[in-house]
Design a protein around this ligand. Structure first.
Ligand code: HEC
Ligand code: HEC
Length: 355
């Protein structure tokens, strides 16, 4: 990298760390304290085959969560590496325990160009290492991003740019004390895929699913019901199912009834959604929120307001891209219009109260 590039990165680090301070404090423990350092280049993480440059190593298997995270319209590819002979401990429904040596990658492309590849590596029994790799303009090499992230790596709309998050900010979504994968879960890998998932993509041949995990004996205990009765968000109405699926992927990493914000905003627990999604949806409708919706009467703001849909706090904060009010608070610079449309229609359909 030339001197000017180095300076630009250093400036970016300062900017990112100053404006995201409040979010970083969400992470009780920053990853990396005693976790091994991430390698300096993406190549060294083992994503690609040693003998065939640019080709994914065959021990790294592609997967696709049914409800993707919105990242300013990035096209994404994801892979997992499980050490040979090891299994995933699926005893706890909401939090699987991965074998040491597990690696996951997520590649982000904008306008057909690779921009960053994120990396999670369970390097020791207690610690995950998190990192992101920045691609060069020719897409020939990706190097470790600085700890503070990189601001404005690519323009995603006129005057709007995508940022690579700081390593501490990975923990804001991927867990406080212990990081965890978010798209490699029973619900996300279920073969009962939601045909209405917002920005959902079809499974491609060779992708790991809950069914292939069970068939290959990679879960412990075996859990054959994952294949015979694949989990789904239990709602009577398909529209509600897709709305809850979107909220799970985009909000539940923080709004899951635990941690510092347990009492704030929607409470979206995967296990509740699988048991009775309708009850979760019902709890959002007319639920008071301490966040004051601009223009709403003092103390009368609610998460979902069928009587006045546009004043629903969830919608207002999803629509905003002001740092102080936008939701999610990081990882996105453009609002998700398709999701806003689906959510608005759903809220309108609740005019008679959630049935
Ligand atoms: C705004 C919340 C958020 C932030 C910030 C975030 N992630 Fe994620 N990440 C997610 C969600 C949700 C998924 C699963 C859905 C998807 O992949 O579309 C995911 C998926 C991933 C995956 C694929 C494996 C998995 O968990 O399913 C990797 C690897 C990953 N993230 C790494 C990182 C790294 C490294 C950082 C920090 C540089 C980071 N993420 C920051 C929310 C976040
Ligand atoms: C990275 C973590 C994170 C993610 C992801 C996230 N939020 Fe939040 N949310 C917060 C924090 C922290 C607060 C409390 C501070 C504030 O209000 O800004 C909050 C507050 C809220 C509030 C106000 C709650 C109250 O009663 O004060 C609403 C509504 C909300 N979020 C909605 C959402 C929605 C909808 C999504 C998904 C589209 C989402 N959030 C995703 C961290 C997150």
């Amino acid at each position: 990298m030339n001197a000017r590039g180095t300076w630009a990165l250093a400036a970016a680090v300062v900017l990112v760390s100053s404006c995201l301070v409040s979010i970083s404090t969400l992470a009780a423990v920053a990853p990396g304290d005693d976790a091994p350092q991430a390698p300096g280049t993406l190549l060294e993480t083992g994503l690609y085959a040693a003998a065939a440059p640019g080709e994914i190593d065959s021990s790294n298997r592609p997967f696709s969560p049914q409800y993707p995270l919105w990242s300013d319209g990035a096209a994404k590819r994801r892979w997992i590496h499980l050490p040979a002979g090891a299994t995933v401990d699926v005893t706890q429904e909401d939090s699987w325990e991965f074998p040491v040596g597990t690696k996951l990658w997520k590649e982000f492309s904008f306008g057909g160009r690779k921009v960053e590849t994120r990396f999670l590596w369970k390097a020791t029994p207690a610690r995950w290492t998190a990192a992101s790799y920045v691609w060069n303009g020719e897409e020939t090499n990706a190097v470790l991003a600085p700890q503070g992230g990189v601001r404005q790596v690519v323009e995603v709309a006129p005057g709007r740019a995508h940022d690579i998050p700081a390593v501490n900010d990975c923990a804001a979504c991927h867990g406080g004390e212990r990081l965890r994968p978010l798209g490699f879960t029973a619900l996300q890998l279920s073969t009962d895929r939601d045909p209405n998932a917002i920005h959902g993509e079809p499974l491609k041949p060779g992708m790991v699913t809950l069914e292939t995990l069970v068939a290959e004996g990679l879960t412990s205990p075996a859990r054959p019901e994952f294949a015979t009765r694949p989990p789904k968000i239990a709602t009577r109405d398909p529209h509600t199912r897709s709305v809850l699926g979107y909220l799970v992927a985009n909000c539940a990493s923080c709004h899951n009834g635990e941690g510092e914000i347990a009492a704030l905003g929607p409470v979206l627990r995967q296990r509740d959604l699988l048991r009775d999604g309708d009850a979760v949806a019902r709890a959002l409708v007319n639920q008071r929120t301490s966040w004051q919706v601009p223009g709403a009467p003092e103390g009368a703001s609610v998460l979902i307001n069928p009587a006045s849909p546009d004043t629903s706090a969830i919608l207002v904060r999803m629509r905003s891209r002001r740092p102080s009010s936008q939701m999610p608070p990081l990882g996105t610079a453009l609002r998700d219009d398709e999701a806003l449309d689906v959510l608005s229609r759903w809220i309108r359909s609740q005019a008679g109260g959630y049935q």
